[in-house]
Design a binder for this molecule. Structure first.
Ligand code: CDP
Length: 220
């Protein structure tokens, strides 16, 4: 069974999905982390597309969720922290726009959700990857609010970071993600929209959990 949450950067998808996975004891899948991993390989290939696609097919990418963290390894070596650097964040939307990268990541995800109950989050999961998902959510929030949240998350590791920088980065990524040809960021017609601008974290988790519990009851 698969439940999906899509939405723009900083809307709270990832922290919410992790809290739900813990509360309901289900699996969590972070599609953005897989695009970030592809981006790391792209940077390793010095942005040469031929080398990049060759490496992407050769490398063994594995992932799992544990202790509130989505862990990713490439050929057995953890890249969990490396995929969160500013360098990767700056290039990820460009790499994620490549149709070959999208089908690579989609195949990784479709294979893994065959067993168990998953909550997955991303940009196009309800529209392109899992159009038949049991339940779909689309999380949104004002740009200003999203930038503030992202800044407080990132400031610990990056004390010089400013609100303007974060705002610019997420606005640029949102634009690229929404305008790209291949599976753009878009609310699925049958997704439940959750605007989190004025919701507390607990409120947004409760709201989504309530809907999921109903579905889980129905399928029991
Ligand atoms: O957490 P954050 O909002 O920074 O982004 P992420 O979920 O880690 O995703 C990073 C990037 O991957 C996004 O800006 C998109 O360009 C891309 N992505 C995508 O194209 N499709 C998805 N299903 C998930 C992420």
């Amino acid at each position: 069974m698969i439940i999906v949450i899509d939405g723009p950067a900083g809307s709270g998808k990832s922290s919410t999905a992790r809290a739900i996975a813990d509360r309901l004891d289900i699996e969590y899948l972070d599609s953005g982390a897989l695009y970030r991993t592809a981006t790391l390989i792209y940077l390793e290939a010095n942005r040469d597309k031929e080398t990049f696609f060759r490496l992407l097919n050769q490398k063994n990418i594995s992932f799992y969720y544990e202790d509130q963290k989505f862990h990713v390894a490439v050929d057995g070596e953890s890249v969990t922290n490396k995929i969160r650097t500013g360098e990767v964040t700056k290039s990820v939307s460009e790499v994620a726009a490549l149709p070959r990268v999208r089908s690579f990541v989609n195949n990784l995800m479709r294979d893994v959700v065959l067993d168990g109950i998953y909550i997955a989050e991303g940009r196009d999961l309800g529209t392109a990857v899992f159009p038949d998902a049991e339940l779909k959510f689309f999380m949104s929030a004002d740009l200003e609010e999203r930038a503030k949240r992202r800044l407080s998350e990132r400031r610990k590791n990056n004390p010089g970071l400013t609100l303007e920088e974060v705002k610019q980065n997420i606005a640029e990524r949102d634009l690229k993600d929404s305008k790209r040809q291949a599976d753009p960021l878009k609310k699925a017609d049958d997704a439940i929209e959750i605007d989190t601008t004025n919701l507390s974290f607990e409120q947004q988790v409760d709201k989504i959990c309530l809907e999921i519990r109903e579905i889980l009851k129905e399928t029991e």
